[in-house]
Write a protein that binds this ligand. Structure first.
Ligand SMILES: Nc1ncnc2c1ncn2[C@@H]1O[C@H](COP(=O)(O)OP(=O)(O)OP(=O)(O)O)[C@@H](O)[C@H]1O
Ligand SMILES: [Mg+2]
Length: 476
């Protein structure tokens, strides 16, 4: 990782961006690991089963339209609501969008309840989330040395066990040949990259990073010490030293953290970023605006996904209203399974627990419950994802269970039943395994039934029904 400063000599202010090169995206593994995209064809129609996605065609198509607008950079500051019953694939569709967007466009996701558990105030948490979803594509010129290795010479240490190594590296192009002095660090990276005579390499002058471009064609007859995947390249022409334009995308949040004096870039990896001062952000926004004007940088509006959005409170909602009006705003995607319910922090009820003024700005995508056939297909995919072999009969039973209880419950029974099958030393899950776990773990319906029958024996059974209703979701 390069520890240098971007544009310090030209622009003076010394805003650092170089320390973090690529967008990193931490995925929640598990429930949605089978989703690889939205499964749309070129005309944005949903394929019946594709990229791990099944059914829910209308919602997927709508999500696809939003995506193509994002890709064309046409929309910023728009907001989309995924609304539907529990287990109808809202989170799955958002994950599909993230996968389909690709590496260059930032996608930040959070559950609304997270803002109540962070050690910072709610608006700071939301500001950070927004800035994680805004990318800056930066063009930089760097100096590189590119040539074919003629010889690497590493000096014998003068005294036994001397730490500092020295040596010489001879590089050539078709026109010239130069000898470079090597220090310990360079020798170590050359050894690590296994660079040898005949390799064509590029060395970033500022960071010292070595990239092996391939073997020189001139050496293609030395068959020894060559793997089958050896790539042959021409010996570079012209000067050894070249200027090259490199482009990389970082998020505003990453720039914030690196430049926040109390933090330092390690905080990015520790995840412990704390609050960032407003002045830091203002300075960075100014700098980025300057770079944009000079044609050095472009804004890449990404996506901020807030799941379980009904958990936000009225202050957060009004923050969102304002934040969407910023000219660098990302696309906001939110999801909820709530019907008409109280807006957190108020006594008012509203559709999805979202204030009307924000609802008014949202494009709403509705998700529908799955048919039995679709449940079967999703279970097939999940079995494959979890490497579980299951007989057709067992899958049929599981599908029935999924249809009558919930898709999630059925998905959870896959792992459990495979463990039970394993216990009786069977490589395949059969009907008996599924029915066994069905009796071991109860679903909501049976659990509720049980609670009603035995409510006298539990604590807090005196909660009046009306209050319990408050917490109910759209399902009932
Ligand atoms: N169309 C689909 N294709 C493939 N898998 C799906 C599809 N829809 C849902 N799933 C899978 O089913 C499970 C439940 O779906 P998901 O978590 O997306 O539901 P949700 O609508 O977000 O529910 P909730 O409102 O409870 O958050 C997940 O494991 C998800 O990956
Ligand atoms: Mg969800």
């Amino acid at each position: 990782m390069a520890m240098q400063q971007f544009g310090k000599d030209e622009s003076g202010a010394g805003i650092k961006v170089n320390e973090v090169h690529d967008l990193t995206r931490i995925e929640r593994i598990g429930a949605h690991s089978h989703i690889r995209g939205l499964g749309l064809d070129d005309s944005l129609d949903a394929r019946a089963v594709s990229q791990g996605m099944v059914g829910q065609n209308n919602a997927r198509r709508s999500a696809g339209v939003i995506l193509s607008m994002i890709r064309e950079g046409k929309i910023a500051g728009r907001a989309v609501l995924l609304a539907g019953q529990p287990g109808t694939g809202k989170t799955a569709i958002a994950m599909g969008m993230a996968k389909a967007l690709g590496e260059e466009t930032p996608f930040a996701m959070m559950a609304a309840s997270e803002i109540f558990s962070l050690e910072m105030n709610k608006t700071e948490a939301l500001t950070q989330a927004f800035r994680k979803a805004i990318g800056v594509r930066i063009k930089e010129e760097t100096e590189i040395i590119e040539g074919e290795v003629v010889e690497i010479e590493i000096d014998k240490p003068a005294t036994q066990g001397a730490a500092a190594k020295t040596g010489k590296l001879t590089l050539k192009t078709t026109e010239m040949e130069t000898i470079y002095d090597l220090g310990t660090k360079m020798i170590e990276s050359l050894t690590k990259e296994k660079v040898s005579a005949g390799d064509v390499v590029a060395i970033d002058k500022a960071s010292g990073k070595i990239t092996k471009l391939g073997r020189s064609f001139a050496r293609s007859r030395d068959f020894d010490a060559m793997g089958p995947q050896t790539k042959f390249v021409q010996c570079p022409e012209g000067e050894l030293q070249k200027r090259k334009e490199v482009v990389h995308v970082v998020t505003l949040h990453e720039i914030d953290v690196i430049n926040s004096r109390t933090q330092g870039f390690l905080a990015l990896f520790a995840g412990d970023t704390g609050e960032i001062r407003t002045e830091v952000r203002e300075q960075i926004d100014l700098k980025v605006a300057e770079w944009r004007e000079e044609g050095k940088a472009e804004i890449v509006p990404g996506v901020l996904f807030i799941d379980e959005v009904h958990m936000l409170d009225i202050e957060c909602f009004s923050f969102l209203n304002r934040a969407l009006e910023n000219d660098m705003a990302p696309v906001l995607v939110v999801a909820t399974n709530r019907g008409i319910t109280k807006i957190r922090g108020t006594n008012y009820r509203s559709p999805h627990g979202i204030p009307i003024d924000l609802l008014d700005r949202l494009l709403i995508i509705a998700t529908q419950p799955y048919s039995e056939k679709e449940i079967r297909l999703i279970l097939d995919i999940r079995c494959e994802e979890e490497d579980v072999e299951m007989t057709d009969d067992a899958k049929e039973l599981l599908t029935k269970i999924g249809h009558e209880t919930s898709l999630r419950y059925a998905i959870q029974l896959i792992t459990a039943s495979s463990l039970v099958a394993l216990k009786r030393k069977s490589a395949e899950v059969e009907v008996e395994d599924v029915s066994r776990v069905y009796t071991m773990f109860v679903d909501i319906k049976r659990s509720t039934q049980f609670l009603i029958e035995y409510q006298d024996q539990f604590m807090f059974n005196e909660v009046p029904m009306a209050e319990a209703d408050e917490a109910d979701s759209m399902e009932d």
